[in-house]
Design a protein. Structure first.
Ligand SMILES: C[S@@+](CC[C@H](N)C(=O)[O-])C[C@H]1O[C@@H](n2cnc3c(N)ncnc32)[C@H](O)[C@@H]1O
Length: 201
């Protein structure tokens, strides 16, 4: 890993992922996009681990698969062309980490962006799937309308989680302007039930 540099919400999320994920783990990339996060997760879980990924755009699944194949890591990844709100139907085991990088596909159609109604279902499902000490990271981009809605609702939803079950951290750059990305890191408590369910607000 490169020298510590306080530089972006994604970097803060990556640090939490690196700290939490071990070789052999199963993890979820809830928003494949161009596969940068998927590739990093595939590296972290190693040959014995697996990454389960979701995106609603064929372009994103294609681009992620290509990146993984070029790196020789496609076999440890299972990519689903379906919304992350269906995560609990697809994933039947607990996972160590779930990564959300909200918004639109970089270089793609900006009208196809994550939406609070489906993000809410997916985050609730992700928190239910986390194993004790597992971590969920979320990068949110409030500089556009849907992102601002997601940030406001996520803040209230995550604030309502029981502290006996989850620790919730919100990190943001205070001097970077109103649209600056925000990183949430949520960890399921060691003592929380493996499958403690989370109701969305
Ligand atoms: C900011 S990009 C993700 C970037 C990606 N993690 C990377 O490393 O390149 C957000 C992605 O979320 C996807 N998305 C939007 N709604 C979704 C949904 N309901 N389920 C899964 N993915 C969704 C978009 O298609 C887009 O590819």
């Amino acid at each position: 890993m490169a020298d510590f540099e306080l530089r972006s919400a994604r970097y803060l999320a990556l640090e939490a992922q690196q700290a939490a994920v071990r070789a052999g783990d199963t993890v979820i990339d809830a928003t494949l996009g161009n596969g940068h996060d998927t590739l990093r997760l595939a590296q972290l879980v190693g040959e014995q681990g697996s990454v389960i990924g979701f995106d609603i755009q064929p372009e994103a699944v294609r681009s992620t698969r290509k990146r993984l194949e070029e790196a020789g890591m496609a076999e440890r990844c299972e990519l689903h062309l379906t919304g992350h709100e269906h995560m609990a139907e697809v994933v039947q085991k607990s996972v160590r980490c779930v990564v959300f990088n909200l918004g639109w596909l970089p270089g793609g159609d900006k009208h196809i962006t994550t939406q609070w109604l489906t993000t809410e279902k997916a985050v609730a499902a992700a928190l239910g799937l986390l194993e004790p000490m597992g971590v969920c990271t979320l990068c949110v981009y409030p500089g556009h309308r849907e992102g601002a809605v997601e940030l406001e609702n996520l803040t209230s939803f995550l604030s309502s989680l029981k502290p006996q079950e989850f620790n919730v951290l919100r990190q943001e750059f205070l001097n970077a302007g109103p649209g600056a990305p925000v990183c949430f890191v949520i960890q399921k408590q060691a003592s929380a039930a493996n499958d403690c369910s989370v109701r969305s607000v």
